[in-house]
Design a protein around this ligand. Structure first.
Ligand code: SF4
Length: 341
């Protein structure tokens, strides 16, 4: 994949007080990319787009370079204690993006130049919870890989946690540009996870992300670099031929992943589901979507926050679960399945 290059970049004036901010400013000016200033990274105006779909596309080509204010980190239960805000959004256009509802109609990308201050805040949380281990999630607001070549924030974070006895880090990506992270001193304290799906699903719905083959190849490199490794298989769809397609995904992993790196690998399985609000968003941004969003073929399940979601029926869920369990047992007998939903 080509590295992400935005069409336009906004800078908060304060970002230029940091060496990373100045370096990025010079970098984009030299590339002849449109550079503008913005008073706040939270309220950026001037991104073009007449329709929701156009606005979305343009926002995904807009980068904002800002300073993250010293505030508290959001909690991230149940998988981690806190979110670690390294960046916001990503250049991908997955039709079922898990951030779509929170980022709204103009999900422009944001990177923060005050990484050291963000890590200082993480340190304070770790100290506060000592002697307990504190876990941070690095992809609650973004996919942190596409902007990594610009900021180096992820590598610094991985090395920060490499030095922490009581801090652990995890993140997930749909991208494959992992080279700069392979020699990071991670000390086994970062779980590097890849979001995977059947190749047909990735090709059809995960626009502008790495292909399945690229992600599997990147995962093998990460495994060889000694990182704890994990896979989120999501969202899982049932359609004619789904078993063959997901079987091919496991075969690709089997062909690439060194045997000695499979112990301790984690799997998370999430079947496809949608809320009424998410469906409306998808149809706004991708009016010609072929995503299966027919409520009549699903079961309605009340969620814990008062809104419900449409999930596969119990019978279909059981079929997916049995299938995935068999794959894990066959190819990754020493892996841990964290959950299936
Ligand atoms: S890669 Fe992740 S964050 Fe980016 S659009 Fe796809 S689902 Fe959303």
């Amino acid at each position: 994949m080509e590295p992400f290059l935005p069409k336009r970049v906004f800078f908060e004036p304060k970002a230029l007080d940091y060496s990373l901010g100045r370096r990025l400013y010079d970098f984009f000016r030299q590339k002849d990319i449109e550079v503008r200033m913005t008073a706040s990274h939270n309220r950026v105006t001037g991104i073009p787009g007449k329709t929701a779909s156009e606005g979305y596309r343009e926002a995904k080509e807009t980068l904002v370079v800002g300073v993250r204010k010293n505030g508290s980190f959001a909690t991230c239960k149940p998988s981690a204690h806190y979110q670690l805000p390294l960046a916001t959004s990503c250049p991908g256009m997955c039709e079922y993006c898990y951030l779509a509802t929170t980022l709204g109609k103009k999900p422009y990308l944001r990177v923060y130049v005050n990484i050291e201050e963000i890590l200082d805040q993480a340190q304070a949380y770790i100290n506060e919870r000592a002697p307990e281990i504190t876990v941070f999630e690095g992809s609650a607001t973004s996919d942190p890989i596409p902007t990594e070549y610009l900021t180096g924030a992820l590598k610094r974070t991985i090395e920060f946690f490499g030095r922490q006895e009581l801090g652990r880090f995890r993140f997930v990506t749909k991208y494959s540009q992992v080279e700069s992270l392979l020699d990071a001193q991670h000390n086994g304290h970062t779980r590097f996870r890849f979001s995977l799906n059947a190749a047909t699903i990735i090709d059809r719905y995960e626009h502008r992300t790495a292909s399945m083959a690229e992600r599997v190849e990147a995962a093998a490199k990460v495994a060889r670099a000694g990182y704890p490794l994990g896979f989120i298989v999501a969202p899982i769809f049932v359609y004619p031929g789904w078993e063959e397609d997901y079987q091919a995904m496991f075969s690709a992993l089997d062909a690439q992943l060194p045997l000695d790196a499979r112990k301790g690998v984690t799997f998370e399985f999430i079947s496809h589901r949608f809320t009424t609000r998410a469906k409306a968003n998808v149809l706004d941004i991708f009016p010609h979507t072929t995503l299966p969003l027919n409520e009549e073929t699903r079961k309605f399940k009340f969620g814990q926050f008062g809104y419900g979601k449409y999930v596969y029926t119990a019978e279909v869920m059981q079929a997916i679960k049995t299938f995935m369990q068999r794959q894990v047992a066959a190819y990754f007998p020493a892996a841990k399945t964290e959950y299936f939903v």
